[in-house]
Design a protein around this ligand. Sequence first.
Ligand code: PLP
Length: 300
Amino acid sequence: MQGCAYVDGEFVAPEQAKISIFDWGFLHSDATYDVAHVWKGRFFRLDDHLDRFAASCRALRLDPGVSRERQREVMHECVRRAGLDDAYVELLCTRGRPAVGSRDPRTCTNRFMAFAIPFVWIADPEKQRRGVDLIVGSPHRIAPGSVDPRIKNYHWLDFVMGLFEAYERGGETVVLTDGTGHVAEGPGFNVFAVFGGPPTPRLVTPASGVLEGVSRRTAIEMAREAGWVVEERALGVDELRRADEVFLSSTGGGVIAVSHLDGQPIAGRGAGAFGPVTERLQARYWALHDDPRYVEAVRR
Ligand code: PLP
């Protein structure tokens, strides 16, 4: 596998990147992480990812033991050593192991790791061209009162069970609800519903119970710059079904069109896979990858 990892202060091949089975990151999902991408040799919104990683670590009382500048350097170096132009770059911090015989998290030494591997898509470019078949899954997204979704976390059993359900029902990925009829998020993405079309579309995306995605923020900023209305509020599943367009936002592919919801075509996509709002945002999203305000070249 092409890639490079950073574990225990050393850069190693992906096959050598291993942790102890006694690390609570593995035993209890007691960890946080963040993922940035590199596109054509440049990181996109890297500072936003570093900010969110720092906030997640603080909220979980995890200390990566590595400065922000060192984290940035490690990410650059992983991509450089892997020789990748388009990459998925993850940094993570696990709780580590407690003192022998103890269950006190304060005795753990937290561990910082990172890796760069070839770009990972939520939906590959071919799937993106025809739009994704999204299923509303039965599991509820883990309650925000249990695990704060703004902290990027590995509590994914709800998503994984949802994915199995989606595949069984002929879909390609899944969106979960909060259990009271409101849309939450999916495995690796936020969700937007669009009502109406240019010049005056209205976009709605869930305000709470979700990770505040960097791509979600980008989509909101791009829409507002276009003069479009964006509402961050509770989004009912029934409302999602009536949307003219539905799209997903993710570091794993940017703005991704949904063509079907529970097997039913999305109303406003017309003859093509995309509605006009999704199409404009998708084009603009990739155009921002040439904008020096958002990108940082990989140090070769
Ligand atoms: N929601 C969840 C649960 C995620 O895991 C992710 C990304 O992995 C997102 C949303 C999208 O966040 P971002 O746009 O920062 O990739």
